[in-house]
Design a protein around this ligand. Structure first.
Ligand SMILES: C[S@@+](CC[C@H](N)C(=O)[O-])C[C@H]1O[C@@H](n2cnc3c(N)ncnc32)[C@H](O)[C@@H]1O
Length: 393
């Protein structure tokens, strides 16, 4: 269905006012920048402008009453599997810290801490790195309500931790929420797609790529005229900076995306930009700025490349289904006493693992430093070869 304002549920007056103020902010930045800004900057403001962006203002976001559902909101089994993988690494290191980046509602932190406590393998600290002040407050309230005795271990960081981190860094659906540049291949070469203001709304404008790095990265993809897509320079930079801080341990990332060769495949020749508004997915990032999520699929080859550059090893890459099943998802789901809970858990397992649900498009990637043992989550199947080392930058 072609999504337009007319067939989306209307926001309330208060939300519309937040969106109007955000539009004014972005318009004035466009005017101040000579009439255009990169799409990456538009996305950054639409999602994270203090007090106005999608993640920074009060929108419900996650869950049935929000705009989309993430794995930790579907089932605590997801966090319990992640916790088991973390426990293996914390044990091998003889203890350490955990850091979760982009912790959403805080549900994963609660469920993972409970599982780690059951396994007698709690991290010294559970750090949370979260850009949104509104989400930080929500996370704090949920942790204090659900696991008050573990709350003193949880600390929110204002910036990346200092170098020398030992332990596990984890993020679910973080990279897909990072700003992307948009481009299109013309007969004459690559153009970047900028955001401008035209008459009554935002519009695209094609022009020369805004940086030599972007130009080189697009050229390296070797795409045919007509192909349009996205590149996230921020995701690559983020991986490099956290990797450099990790003295020993694991960076575990779960997100939707593909190895580079599959992401920039003719099947996806118009890119993977996707917006979520009240459980409707569509491709127009200019609808209701600030009231909808904007995402793009992750290039896992770029993630692996950035980790390599920072001296880390890619220790595993698998579909979400294979990762969770390797961590014991099926056994955990079956291990319940009453039938109702077991039926519910079986439904959750299906949503997390079936190929036409979250099982295949979501992937887990493990980046390690100073670890020897094969990782639990990649025991069933490890698809590292699909990242295509030939393409690693
Ligand atoms: C799609 S949500 C996923 C939330 C949660 N992990 C889940 O699975 O439900 C993306 C989250 O990443 C946060 N975020 C985005 N960029 C970030 C960054 N550079 N550092 C820390 N958090 C970030 C957002 O504020 C939000 O909490």
């Amino acid at each position: 269905m072609n999504i337009t304002l007319a067939n989306l549920p209307a926001p309330d007056a208060e939300s519309l006012e937040v969106s109007r103020r955000l539009v004014e902010l972005i318009r004035s930045e466009i005017a101040g920048c000579g009439g255009q800004i990169s799409f990456a900057r538009y996305m950054e403001l639409a999602l994270y402008a203090p007090g106005l962006g999608y993640y920074s203002a009060g929108a419900r976001k996650f869950g049935a009453s929000g705009d989309f559902v993430t794995a930790p909101e579907i089932s605590p089994l997801f966090a319990r599997c992640v916790a088991r993988q973390c426990a293996q690494v914390l044990r091998e290191l003889g203890g350490g810290d955990m850091l979760e980046a982009g912790a959403g509602s805080g549900a994963l932190a609660c469920d993972a801490l409970q599982e780690l406590e059951r396994m007698d393998c709690l991290p010294r600290h559970y750090f949370i790195l979260e850009l949104s002040a509104e989400l930080r407050a929500r996370q704090r309230a949920l942790i204090e309500q659900r696991v008050p005795h573990l709350a003193p271990r949880v600390q929110w960081l204002d910036a990346l931790p200092p170098a020398g981190f030992r332990g596990v860094m984890f993020a679910n659906e973080l990279l897909d929420a990072m700003p992307v540049h948009r481009f299109r291949i013309e007969e004459s070469g690559a153009s970047e797609l900028y955001v401008t203001w035209q008459d009554t709304g935002f519009a695209w404008r094609a022009a020369k790529p805004g940086s030599a790095e972007l130009e080189q990265r697009i050229a390296a993809l070797d795409l045919a005229p007509g192909f349009a897509g996205e590149i996230s320079l921020s995701a690559r930079a983020w991986i490099k900076s956290v990797a450099e801080l990790l003295e020993a341990g694991l960076i575990l990332l779960v997100d939707y995306g593909f190895p580079r060769r599959e992401l920039y495949h003719p099947q996806r020749s118009q890119g993977t930009l996707l917006c979520h508004y009240r459980h409707r997915a569509h491709g127009d990032p200019f609808l209701y700025p600030g009231l909808q999520d904007i995402t793009a699929h992750v290039d896992f080859t770029a993630v692996a490349g950035a980790a390599h550059e920072a001296g880390m090893r890619v220790a595993g890459y698998a579909t979400q289904a294979n990762f969770l099943l390797s961590c014991g998802l099926a056994e955990m789901a079956a291990d319940t006493v009453d039938t109702r809970t077991r039926v519910l858990a079986a439904q959750q397992v299906r949503r997390l693992t079936l190929p036409d649900e979250m099982g295949e498009v979501f992937k887990a990637i493990a980046l390690t430093r100073g670890l020897d043992a094969p990782l639990l989550g990649f025991a069933f199947k490890d698809d590292r070869a699909r990242l295509s080392s030939r393409l690693l930058p």
